[in-house]
Design a protein around this ligand. Structure first.
Ligand code: GAR
Length: 199
């Protein structure tokens, strides 16, 4: 049984809705964790403003400054090691990570994906669900929090939340309903992992 709070890093690339939500959850007094670092790979990401305004330790590691994925991942790995990170939450982090990086952090990186995995891996999930009006999945959609593995959007599932696809849904209305579930799913999955890691 560990008593020191678990040291968490969040990786993000964009708006940072999940970043904000996770930051609030981690900072809640009953959660045995601390947000030690946020890493972003895009200088124009809105989530960076949230970090600046809320004094969240953060690093911009712009992937365009690195010649390949291995170099970029090495820079991220160094930042995570320097902050003694124990658990990583990828929250809208839109870069594929090298197998070496993922294996090094195996069972210590969570990822959120806006679909009911294994359906709709990859990008533009809401659009693709609407295009397919996929009856094989009962016209449902949703989100998944899972442990990251080297293959994209693969890995043991921790939490899934389902939403119905409505006849008049647009990409935006569907995305908003899925996001509402993401904001419930990620804290739940994080709590599960913290309970597992802390025994
Ligand atoms: C979220 O919907 C998340 O599930 C998705 O990116 C969005 C980020 O939004 N992640 C992926 O597609 C990863 N494959 P946010 O920055 O506002 O949290």
């Amino acid at each position: 049984m560990t008593s020191a709070p678990t040291r968490i890093a969040i990786l993000f690339s964009g708006t940072g809705t999940n970043l904000r939500n996770l930051a609030a959850h981690i900072n809640a007094p009953h959660v045995p964790a601390t947000l030690e670092l946020a890493i972003c790979n895009r200088p124009d990401a809105k989530g960076l403003d949230f970090c600046r305004e809320n004094n969240i330790p953060h690093e911009l590691i712009d992937h365009t400054n690195y010649s390949d994925r291995a170099e970029f991942d090495a820079a991220m790995h160094a930042a995570l090691q320097a902050a003694n990170i124990e658990l990583i939450c990828a929250a809208g982090f839109m870069r594929l990570l090298t197998p070496e990086f993922v294996q090094h952090w195996e069972d210590r990186i969570l990822n959120i994906h806006p679909s009911l995995l294994p359906a709709y891996k990859g990008l533009h999930t809401h659009r693709r669900v609407l295009e397919a009006r996929d009856t094989s999945h009962g016209c449902t959609h949703g989100c998944t929090v899972h442990l990251m593995r080297p293959e994209m959007d693969e890995g043991p599932i921790l939490v899934q939340k389902q939403v119905d696809v409505l006849p008049d849904d647009t990409e935006d209305t569907l995305a908003a309903r899925v996001m509402a579930q993401e904001l419930i799913a990620y804290p739940e999955a994080l709590d599960m992992m913290l309970a597992r890691l802390r025994g």
